[in-house]
Design a protein around this ligand. Structure first.
Ligand SMILES: *Cc1c(COP(=O)(O)O)cnc(C)c1O
Length: 300
């Protein structure tokens, strides 16, 4: 599987290149060069019996060529990415009935936001490549809420000596709870800084720093990497939970996994549309997801 830029670009990239660069050199976003196809017979029927880490492995295998990460390593990355002791529910994402709808509870991870579920996988993938290459990597994150705590927690727990993170948050503009989730982590891998300005003001300098990286991958022997939702690693990992939720819904409703006549509509709290993109990719790949409805608020 190769990756290309949403702006066309002039070449295709490996998964490792896309994951580390974050933005494509032409300032576009990385997307898979083609989407794998998921069928009822070959995939969904078998996948309905898998554990969460096994499903993550099966999905990621479609997006990462074995020459980049072999089966054994990818399995181990998936096992490490969903640690039992970090999630307070053994199904990771319990699906509960609420009136005539169902609710997928994505808040059973260590920082209580859905980003916990995919973040650990992204960090473990980065740690894997950093270790194989013997290359130090500094992750740059701008946060207005949930991304920072999830990333800080994941980097601290993965504890890869080559991986550290700098999180930037706008002073006075995130909740006290979230600020404490960031600033009370005492870890040699984590640095948290506040800045004056609006929530999106750090996006530009981070983008420029990362794009500077593209020409000269190692600045002083250190690579910068951004893992906000523009990084393709995020939606790729989030595809997994959409498929998981679809399969649990199929069970609950007595639908054959993959039945195209019984589409499941999904409503998703939305900001930068990273998570929704994961759901949309799952739909395009063939998972019978019907309508995707984006729910937005004022982020207050
Ligand atoms: C991150 C987050 C969002 C936005 O997710 P995107 O992938 O940026 O669309 C919405 N709601 C909650 C609670 C979040 O933590």
């Amino acid at each position: 599987m190769k990756y290309k830029s949403t702006r066309g670009g002039h070449r295709e990239y490996t998964f490792e290149e896309a994951l580390f660069a974050g933005y494509a050199p032409d300032r576009g976003l990385f997307v898979p060069a083609s989407l794998p196809v998921i069928t009822a017979e070959q995939h969904l029927t078998q996948w309905s019996k898998l554990s969460f880490p096994q499903l993550a492995y099966s999905v990621l295998r479609m997006f990462v060529h074995p020459s980049e990460i072999n089966d054994e390593d990818l399995k181990s990355i998936c096992d490490k990415s969903y640690p039992r002791d970090e999630f307070d529910d053994e199904s990771f994402i319990p699906v509960k009935k609420l009136g005539s709808a169902f609710v997928a509870e994505l808040f059973h991870g260590p920082t209580f936001c859905f980003k916990d579920i995919g973040m650990r996988g992204v960090i473990n993938l980065l740690a894997h490549f950093a270790t194989v290459r013997g290359r130090a990597v500094t992750i740059l994150v701008a946060t207005t809420g949930d991304t920072g705590p999830a990333a800080v927690h994941a980097v601290n727990d993965v504890a890869c000596p080559l991986l550290s993170i700098i999180v930037h948050y706008p002073r006075g503009q995130i909740s006290d709870f979230q600020r404490k989730q960031l600033t009370t982590v005492d870890s040699k891998y984590v640095k948290v800084v506040s800045f004056e300005g609006g929530g999106d003001d750090m996006d530009w300098p981070i983008k420029e720093t990362l794009l500077g990286n593209c020409d000269d991958i190692a600045i002083g022997g250190r690579t910068f990497c951004g893992i906000n939702s523009y990084n393709i690693g995020r939606p790729l990992l989030q595809i997994v939970h959409f498929i998981w939720i679809y399969l649990r819904m199929a069970e609950r409703l007595g639908i054959e996994p993959g039945d195209k006549y019984c589409m499941i509509d999904m409503v998703i709290p939305t900001g930068a549309m990273g998570n929704l993109t994961g759901g949309y990719m799952a739909k395009l790949m063939g998972v019978p997801i019907g309508r995707l409805c984006a729910g937005v608020n004022i982020n207050g």
